[in-house]
Design a protein around this ligand. Structure first.
Ligand code: FRU
Length: 494
């Protein structure tokens, strides 16, 4: 039975989404149908299509009582909105249906596992949110909440685990048919930890063990975990709150963390070997992955950051967009990301410029646009003397631009969106240490109206940022201090 709350949300979103014309949104990045979007939820492949749910408040462009928005796609790039899937309408989730995941049950139903939130008055008169894990099952369109919800609450947690910070279950099925889920929690030391739970059927859950303890190393509470095997390694993704920068890692406050290691499936013991940020740009958080039918591990993140939410376009009726879907791999012990190959099917007109040598400011025929896929290779134009700086300005006109600049002597690639129409004094740039040999660098950049994603050195580092620059700013300019030689291949995306 669809509740009144969900019916109202569905009616509201349908009417107000009609007022948003296609050009006012990203073209192939999923954005809020209307109102507010944050984390990707329930990213899954079900009944022949990818399903993406998301943290959703349809009634305003601000965060509010969380619903689950819903969209499907065959290629991860052309999305079709479906009616909202969940609304906060039960005694155990009346203050929000927070993040979670999805899986197909053997009987063909889709199971959603999410965090139910209820505000509880505290002795000091304030409120804290009690968080429990809940289940809903459905057919890919309509979902019914499980009568025995919540399926995990404070009584299932070991001593010292917080009942207020206990959220974002990611579910998977093991080869033996049993279910596992990992959720974020705050232990007594106030930092974060990931807890493992098991279930014979996806409905009855019990606590298993701590999969990974933060011990105050990477930020505090860890949100939105994911855990999977990839290229012979095991990967934990998490989004720690309140991160402290370490060198060039973890500069985003609310950041992303990737731990690569091994996992003993007999003892459920994870051994960490390597840690890194997932994204080195400004806007990326709470990523979630899916295994595609052809065996690719594909990740999508919320292309925003809680710390930069005040960057927004005036009057825009939607807020929040997802990143590009990215194929993941582990190479040389690091996480690599590359835009899903389906993006190549959207490539239209191709423009190539080879061996362009310059040491000043130039533009190139056919190189412009806000919906493009562009590959660049740069190297010194003079073998004897490496240039001092290379920069590309895009989403550019007389008033605006966003830039990527590279200083080979420091091996630093910087993104700067100060002049992208923002009226707020928030962080607009990020520097990233990249691998480059003698001034050589290659990267691929994807623009989709209101964002840029840069994949450096075949996906070794990725930088994402939203830009709300007026769409009329579609110029691209290259600048060099010293002699640069450049190859460029650019596709219009259609
Ligand atoms: C992460 C997060 C999650 C939570 C959701 C609430 O961005 O804080 O931990 O489930 O957003 O919208």
């Amino acid at each position: 039975m669809t509740s009144q709350t969900l019916r109202e949300a569905r009616k509201y979103e349908e009417a107000s989404a009609k007022l948003i014309t296609e050009e006012k949104r990203p073209s192939f990045h999923l954005s809020a149908r209307t109102g507010w979007m944050n984390d990707p939820n329930g990213f899954s492949f079900y009944k022949g299509e990818y399903h993406m749910f998301y943290q959703y408040y349809p009634y305003d462009v601000q965060w509010g009582p969380m619903h689950w928005g819903h969209a499907t796609s065959k290629d991860l790039l052309h999305w079709k909105y479906l009616p909202a899937a969940l609304a906060p309408d039960e005694f155990y989730d009346m203050d929000g249906c927070f993040s979670g995941s999805a899986i197909e049950l053997p009987d063909g139903r889709q199971l959603l596992m999410y965090t139910g939130v209820v505000k509880e008055r505290q002795k000091n008169g304030g409120f804290s949110e009690v968080q429990t894990q809940c289940i809903a099952t459905g057919d890919g369109m309509d979902y019914e909440k499980y009568e025995k919800n919540p399926v995990l609450d404070e009584h299932d947690l070991p001593e010292g685990c917080s009942r207020f910070d206990f959220r974002d279950p990611k579910i998977w099925r093991r080869e033996d048919g049993t279910y596992y889920c990992v959720a974020g929690n705050r232990p007594a030391d106030g930092s974060g930890q990931l807890l493992l739970f098991t279930s014979p059927d996806g409905f009855e859950w019990k606590y298993k063990k701590v999969l990974c303890a933060n011990n105050n190393r990477f930020g505090l509470m860890w949100e939105c975990p994911d855990f999977f095997k990839l290229d012979g390694k095991w990967v934990i993704l998490a989004s720690p709150q309140d991160m402290m920068p370490q060198g060039f890692e973890y500069h985003n406050g609310n950041g992303t963390l990737c731990l690569i290691g091994s996992f003993d499936e007999e003892t459920d013991f994870f051994t960490e070997e390597y840690s890194q940020s997932v994204d080195y740009g400004i806007d990326f958080y709470a990523p979630q992955t899916v295994l595609s039918p052809d065996g690719r591990r594909i990740m999508i993140g919320w292309m925003q950051n809680w710390d930069t939410c005040s960057l927004r376009a005036a009057g825009q009726p939607w807020y929040g967009q997802m990143s590009l879907p990215r194929e993941l791999s582990v190479k040389n012990g690091r996480l690599y990301q590359w835009p899903v190959r389906e993006l190549e099917d959207m490539r239209g007109e191709k423009i190539v410029h080879e061996n362009v040598c310059f040491s000043d400011t130039i533009t190139l025929d056919g190189i412009k646009g806000r919906k493009i896929d562009m590959e660049l290779e740069i190297c010194p134009g003079d073998e004897e003397e490496i240039y001092r700086k290379f920069a590309i300005r895009f989403a550019q006109n007389d008033e605006y631009y966003t830039s990527l600049s590279f200083r080979p002597h420091e091996s630093i690639l910087k993104i700067d969106r100060k002049f992208s129409g923002s009226r707020r004094a928030i962080i607009h740039q990020r520097r990233n240490l990249v691998n480059s040999d003698n001034g050589k660098l290659k990267f691929r950049m994807i623009l989709d109206r209101f964002s840029v994603e840069v994949f450096v050195n075949d996906g070794e580092n990725v930088m994402s940022a939203v830009i709300y620059t007026d769409l009329s700013a579609d110029g691209i300019v290259f600048l060099a201090d010293g002699k640069v030689r450049m190859n460029i291949v650019k596709y219009e995306l259609i």
